[in-house]
Design a protein around this ligand. Sequence first.
Ligand code: ATP
Ligand code: MG
Length: 424
Amino acid sequence: MAKTIQAIRGMNDCLPNEVGAWQLVERHLRELAQSYQYHEIRTPVVESTDLFKRSIGEVTDIVEKEMYTFDDRNGDSLSLRPEGTACCVRAGNEHGLLYNQQQRLWYMGPMFRHERPQKGRYRQFHQFGAEAYGFEGPDIDVELIMMGARLWKAFGIQDKVELQINSLGSGEARAAYKEKLIAFLLTVEEQLDEDSKRRLHTNPLRVLDSKNPDTQRAIADAPRLIDHLDEASKIHFDKVCAQLTALGVSFVVNPSLVRGLDYYNRTVFEWVTDMLGAQGTICAGGRYDGLVEQLGGKASPAIGFAMGIERLVLLIEATQDTQLLNTAPDVFITALGEISQTPAMLLAEKVRDAHPSLRVLMHCGGGNMKKQMKKAGGSGAKLAIIIGEAEIEQKMYGVKYLQEDKPQQQFSEVDLIKLLSQMN
Ligand code: ATP
Ligand code: MG
């Protein structure tokens, strides 16, 4: 036999038995976006490498070591998108969506990062993102956070996630703070992990969210950005906190939350869970008021978040009644003997005409009653419609209840369609 070919490491197939959870999540996300009046934007999965270098930042994990970058046949450097925000801004600028306008946008789709695959961390993963342009906030900051809160409630996981927020202040305030932070880090340099030593000069804020416990101990007394905010950012942050409290959303202020991408300023937030091990961030976002201009557009305030769909699916599977994820048919239609095949299929089409959302599984491939009923039972359907020569002659169809202890009944076509309307 020929050697089989396998999927790329860290890039997963989503198989039919898993897809129910995905579809459920995707459906809720679309409804959520619509209910808040965010509009979908779809952008290509490949962009010019410069887009990500200029937005995410050269000295970030993503650009330094995680991007799938290649030269196309013209010699242009292209990259598979590692995230969606830069793509949204690129498209918004290109099509004049952001110029002197307010926009609420969302996207959903695959992203690519060459990371070490593990539970909740993959090389192709999927994000849902929402982005708002042209709003100074803090109200829009709160709106985006409320969207998350509403989604967790819809899935009954509101007790499994915690909201952490912080403010990164303005670019100028952050630059002044960076000087202080570097001065402090130099005093503990020997105790830092290798990555952090390197970042001390290139991207010192990232040292704050190092996962290394020794580094964390060494920087416990580092000056905190939240104590060095510019006045306007501080007022903005206080308003976000007050409004969240008024809306009944609990949160913790996490001064070491800095986010891994360069473009953030002011409000940043993460929804985290302790149920998925180290990959606990389900959703992360923040303001990026400088990015639209940085990518060549007219300056526009901006804020957004991105949610990891794999992690959300894992969390839902870990906590939720799998009934909700059921993709089993409602009705199984049998066709006994060759003579029944066409009438059975005709009936199946009529049922679908009458009840478009009903899940109708038509038995194909023949076989005796025993075999077909075994399939019906295994399908998870609630009832089986029995169609054989006698049923066709009498124009009365048998209905067998597969999950209830009820005797088999006969129905005319009209009554059968009526009966099925109760299952919708
Ligand atoms: P992490 O700290 O877990 O690496 P991040 O800060 O790199 O996350 P973002 O770039 O903010 O993540 O992406 C937003 C969300 O996308 C994350 O909170 C997470 O849920 C999801 N995500 C990011 N990278 C991956 C990945 N490699 N596999 C699966 N989901 C991911
Ligand atoms: Mg990451």
